[in-house]
Design a protein around this ligand. Sequence first.
Ligand SMILES: NC(=O)c1ccc[n+]([C@@H]2O[C@H](COP(=O)([O-])OP(=O)(O)OC[C@H]3O[C@@H](n4cnc5c(N)ncnc54)[C@H](O)[C@@H]3O)[C@@H](O)[C@H]2O)c1
Length: 367
Amino acid sequence: MGKQLGIVVVGCGGISNCHTAALARIPEVKLIASVDIDEARAKDFVHRYGFETHAADLGAVLGRDDVDAVVVTTANDTHAPLSVKALEAGKHVLVQKPMALTLAEADVMIATANRANRKLMVSFFEFFHPAFRRAKEIVDQGLIGDVFFFKAIMAWYMPSMTAWRFDPKISGGGILMDGHVHHIAYFQWLLGDPPVESVYSEFGALNSTAAVEDTGVTLIRTAKAIAEISGSNRLLEPNAQSGRYFKEWIEIFGSRGTIHIDPTERPSLRVYIEGNELRESLGGGWIAPRLEPSPPLERAYSNHFNPDENPWVDEHRHFVDCCINDKPVVSDGYFGRKVLEILMAGYRSHAEGRKIRLPLVAAGAPR
Ligand SMILES: NC(=O)c1ccc[n+]([C@@H]2O[C@H](COP(=O)([O-])OP(=O)(O)OC[C@H]3O[C@@H](n4cnc5c(N)ncnc54)[C@H](O)[C@@H]3O)[C@@H](O)[C@H]2O)c1
């Protein structure tokens, strides 16, 4: 076997299981330590996934020479400090979305990664989900012409309002930071990260007494397209796959056709191309491009998608490959910052009752 990447996972909560189960399936990965302020959780990860050791504090394991990278899957307020700590110790970082609570924090993360000459990747699982990835290929090949309109919704139902997600000091916000962030990133990636002209958001705690917004709509305007991104964490709509309250739906409209992505449905990708003569017809001119199923060993449960379209292993394969072979990551700190800037513009827009033009502030760390 070639080089192995020694990995620490910090934050052993819900989504960390998707990351860690994926990491455990990659031969180039060596699971060194699981870290959580709740030490019982960190210990449980040792047994569940085979880490060598565990700790309650990231600092306790950063001094090890065999640690090459840190995967940050803690609550939002700790993304920046933990990432900076890991980068300063000379480790590569993969951090969950949103990358930070403020643009100033994001700038420090980027500058630290540049100084340390280490990878900083922000996790957006959609970029590795077969339906989302195939849709991008179809757009890149020009098969639906020029994309001029994008509509997306991500919604679920969160019964308890005591979680950190409802504490603005920890989460930085509600459904925009938690749900919109995914589709903002996907829209920007899909269209090759176009300059954003303006952002407008309308939101509120409409179906709860939460201190952060539970429901919202964000409009993004680029020179050639409009995106309408919606979401709620108080929506009572079960999906057909799991019966759980989780809904996700994306529509991409081009000058020659339309793409629907419905990751909790089958087929999860439907495409209509004007005049297309492909055989795999769903009727009415729609087709369902064949997607690569994940090998059974790489499948994972998630509300977001069918388990045979699991993105996590490919996401980590990409990160590990970029670290070992010094390749650029698909969603670096600059990209994560752009997504955060759009979110911040959304919050400002709501506060000021008007659309906000970008850029918000002078660009941060130089490339
Ligand atoms: N991509 C996705 O689909 C997706 C889904 C869910 C959550 N997320 C993101 O992942 C992150 C974690 O979300 P979650 O739902 O798993 O939360 P969670 O509360 O289930 O887990 C967070 C864990 O981090 C630990 N933690 C907090 N501060 C720490 C610190 N300083 N050092 C070590 N451990 C610490 C907590 O004890 C907890 O075990 C959030 O940023 C969230 O936005 C992404």
